[in-house]
Write a protein that binds this ligand. Structure first.
Ligand code: HEC
Ligand code: HEC
Ligand code: HEC
Ligand code: HEC
Ligand code: HEC
Length: 159
């Protein structure tokens, strides 16, 4: 081979190697968000996710009780919906990465036509706003740090 081709061949070989390694990696998993903006009737809430997880030193499982070991956390609203209406029932069946999640709430493999005593009791499961108020404020109260209580609304909610 002519000498001046050597750098070109080497460059191509390196690029090819990089491409092969890149393609053989698992697909990009969802990263833990830095901040979460929550739009709701009480006014937008800006949640400092990374600061809570890193600086305040909490474990993922302190807040994400998804219940499947080793899995990426999923949105609270997949289980704690705005309302237990038709939309929830339709969407939530596709919201979970594996069937193991179903058994967090369903006794046995869920089917689309369930008798009343097969249905999970939606009264036992908090709606989204109650779940957030509960988890955020219970921890702030327990730690006596961060906003909670009747006067605290505008500390979390933008007017
Ligand atoms: C102090 C509580 C708290 C801690 C600690 C925490 N998270 Fe979260 N995380 C949340 C809340 C609240 C949301 C918003 C979920 C929503 O909007 O439904 C969220 C959202 C997420 C999401 C996006 C989910 C989605 O699909 O919307 C991921 C991924 C995530 N967290 C991963 C992590 C990881 C990984 C850790 C540990 C390093 C962690 N979280 C620690 C409370 C927490
Ligand atoms: C895979 C479904 C699932 C996800 C995702 C989920 N939860 Fe829950 N959550 C439940 C179930 C089921 C209960 C009922 C009691 C139990 O089993 O702990 C519950 C109970 C709660 C409670 C009541 C008391 C307690 O702490 O046990 C709060 C508050 C709560 N969830 C907040 C959240 C928040 C905030 C998120 C997101 C960071 C979240 N949940 C994500 C299923 C889920
Ligand atoms: C966080 C709790 C929770 C999880 C996890 C969950 N479900 Fe449900 N599911 C419910 C609730 C609550 C209802 C509504 C019960 C009612 O109708 O009163 C329901 C209803 C259903 C229905 C009945 C719809 C209808 O009315 O005919 C099906 C089907 C279903 N779920 C399938 C699934 C499948 C499949 C999974 C797992 C991939 C799953 N669910 C995970 C709580 C859950
Ligand atoms: C597991 C405990 C825990 C949970 C759950 C939690 N927090 Fe906090 N939060 C803290 C602590 C501790 C501080 C105060 C740290 C300090 O002052 O040094 C704080 C501080 C704050 C502050 C003021 C400083 C900042 O970082 O913005 C806001 C606002 C806040 N939290 C919002 C929320 C919201 C919204 C949620 C629920 C989505 C939430 N927190 C859930 C522990 C928690
Ligand atoms: C620690 C932060 C925090 C504090 C303090 C707080 N909230 Fe919230 N609030 C939230 C979060 C987070 C949500 C849920 C956002 C979502 O569902 O996207 C929420 C949701 C709401 C909603 C929407 C309910 C719905 O069904 O859509 C209202 C209304 C509300 N809060 C009123 C209040 C009032 C009134 C107070 C004071 C007594 C208060 N909040 C204190 C964080 C807070």
């Amino acid at each position: 081979m002519h000498k001046r081709y050597v750098p070109i061949v080497v460059t191509i070989a390196v690029l090819l190697a990089v491409a092969i390694v890149g393609y053989s990696q698992p697909p990009v998993v969802q990263k833990s968000p830095t901040r979460v903006l929550m739009v709701n009737n009480g006014g937008r809430v800006f949640f400092t996710h990374a600061i809570h997880a890193d600086d305040y030193g909490y474990d993922c499982a302190d807040c994400h009780h998804d219940g499947v070991e080793g899995a990426e956390p999923i949105a609270c609203g997949s289980c704690h919906p705005k309302a237990f209406d038709g939309l929830f029932k339709e969407v939530h069946q596709r919201a979970f990465p594996s069937k193991e999640y179903c058994e967090r709430c369903h006794d046995s493999e869920p089917v689309s036509s369930m008798s009343d005593d097969e249905r999970p009791d939606s009264d036992m499961l908090l709606t989204r706003a109650d779940a957030f108020h509960g988890q955020c404020m219970d921890c702030h109260k327990a730690e006596d740090a961060g906003p909670y209580g009747e006067e605290s609304c505008s500390t979390c909610h933008a007017k």
